[in-house]
Design a protein around this ligand. Sequence first.
Ligand SMILES: *[C@@H]1O[C@H](CO)[C@@H](O)[C@H](O)[C@H]1NC(C)=O
Ligand SMILES: *[C@@H]1O[C@H](CO)[C@@H](O)[C@H](O)[C@H]1NC(C)=O
Length: 114
Amino acid sequence: MSPFMSIFVILLSSILIHNLPVASSKQWCIAASNSNDKQLEDNITFACALGVDCRPILPSGACFKPNTTFSHASYLMNSYYESHGRTNDACFFFFPNSGILTTWDPSYNSCIYK
Ligand SMILES: *[C@@H]1O[C@H](CO)[C@@H](O)[C@H](O)[C@H]1NC(C)=O
Ligand SMILES: *[C@@H]1O[C@H](CO)[C@@H](O)[C@H](O)[C@H]1NC(C)=O
């Protein structure tokens, strides 16, 4: 590559990098899609028993719909993760095999994943 070409490439990449939306490093802990419902139900019971606020997944709560074990488990896993320092352990240790980290904000409508 010629020196001029290199400078052009460097300039172009810096322009592109600066125009990219700032990538958030925030992560959320949600249920893995290959988890089975029975295990996730155990995880839900466990999270509620440990003091995670389970009201949002009750029929009157913002995260009740969709009314699936998978969705409810995801919400609670993230609440647990959020209230325990957002450490990898908080996602993986208590929910081995069933929790995964994602950089996509899973929030929808008024169901906010903190
Ligand atoms: C939510 O889903 C559970 C399990 O499928 C079902 O038993 C319950 O009736 C549903 N509740 C509502 C309000 O749809
Ligand atoms: C949560 O589910 C996983 C499997 O998906 C299971 O291995 C683990 O024991 C469950 N955790 C609790 C605390 O029930």
